[in-house]
Design a protein around this ligand. Structure first.
Ligand SMILES: NCc1[nH]cc(CCC(=O)O)c1CC(=O)O
Length: 314
């Protein structure tokens, strides 16, 4: 047994089914290496309100309450969806592990098994994400993008009730909830790039808790961590909040000089009229630099004005 203390590690989690599933999977992985773990539910403003996310402080609302519980000592570990984490470093906290990442792509769940190309002009597609909205509009299919919020079940129910023709969601969330059969098309990153960090989990602890950090390190997947590091350093340079229309996806692959990251990114205006795409490849050990450099290339092509316009509109 790796654990020398008798007290279980207290895992903070939001009460939503998705958050509980995510926390349970990390807790189970830690139990397998010999630790005693208990889950503690923490409620957040993002869960209590169905107002548009941008109006209640962006996706950071999902994270703040868990981080407070960590800093107050009510819990020892917090599990977040990594894409919900603000890019700024959190004082007093450490990102102890990024476990192996799920497939990060977005998916379409549409009525009657329809794929994007089958949807008639004027079809109503539901999403609350400016990034998804911008990229869907940029396809030029005449889709009517309408705002939807709520948990995965709520959003899927808007398709079965006929309120919308389809919704766009993260494949990872559906995978964790056992709802992959709802997918009618996995969206190719050539058309729609996922949010930076999508599909990955972030396992945080207090920066001073070396023993807990050591235990959590066993769950870290270096290739997943490198990928999300590149995506998030790109996002940080663009100074875009998590609700801004920025997509990024870094894939690790064996290259001529060892493991390399292939990073693709998009910045698009909400109406889809402007869409700037770039890609770059670099060694996996220089993930942060790769993201920063690609962000600079996007800025050189006018991405700054697109991001600013989106921020002032939300
Ligand atoms: N926006 C909220 C959110 N945060 C994480 C996920 C899904 C799981 C993940 O991306 O890791 C979702 C739902 C979605 O975007 O469909």
């Amino acid at each position: 047994m790796a654990d020398t203390s008798t007290a279980p590690l207290r895992f903070g989690t939001r009460a939503s089914t998705l958050a509980m599933t995510q926390a349970r999977s990390v807790a189970d992985a830690l139990r397998r290496v010999g630790h005693d773990v208990e889950l503690v539910e923490i409620s957040t403003r993002g869960d209590q309100s169905t107002a548009p996310l941008a109006s209640i402080g962006g996706t950071g609302v999902f994270v703040t309450a868990l981080r407070e519980a960590l800093l107050d000592g009510r819990v020892d570990v917090a599990v977040h969806s990594l894409k919900d984490l603000p890019t700024a470093a959190a004082d007093g906290l450490a990102l102890a592990a990024v476990p192996h990442r799920e497939d990060p792509r977005d998916v379409l769940c549409a009525r009657d098994g329809l794929k994007l190309a089958d949807l008639p002009s004027g079809a109503r597609l539901g999403t609350g994400s400016p990034r998804r909205e911008a990229q869907l509009r940029a396809l030029g299919l005449g889709l009517d993008v309408v705002g939807v919020r709520g948990n995965v079940d709520t959003r899927l129910s808007k398709v079965s009730s006929g309120e919308v023709d389809g919704v766009v969601l993260a494949r990872a969330g559906l995978a964790r909830l056992g709802r992959l059969d709802e997918i009618t098309e996995v969206l190719d990153p050539i058309q729609v790039l996922p949010a930076p960090g999508q599909g990955a989990l972030a396992v945080e602890c207090r920066a001073g808790d070396a023993g807990i950090a050591d235990a959590l390190r066993a769950l870290d997947d270096p290739a997943s961590r490198a990928g999300v590091t590149a995506e998030r350093s790109l996002l940080a340079v663009l100074e875009a909040g998590c609700t801004a229309p920025v997509g990024a996806y870094a894939e690790a692959a064996e290259g001529e000089s060892g493991l390399e990251l292939y990073l693709r990114a998009v910045v698009a205006s909400r109406d889809g009229a402007v869409s700037i795409r770039k890609s770059a490849t670099g060694p996996i050990g220089r993930a942060e630099q790769l993201g920063r450099d690609l962000a600079q290339e996007l800025l050189a092509d006018g991405a700054g004005a697109v991001v600013d316009a989106a921020e002032s509109a939300s």
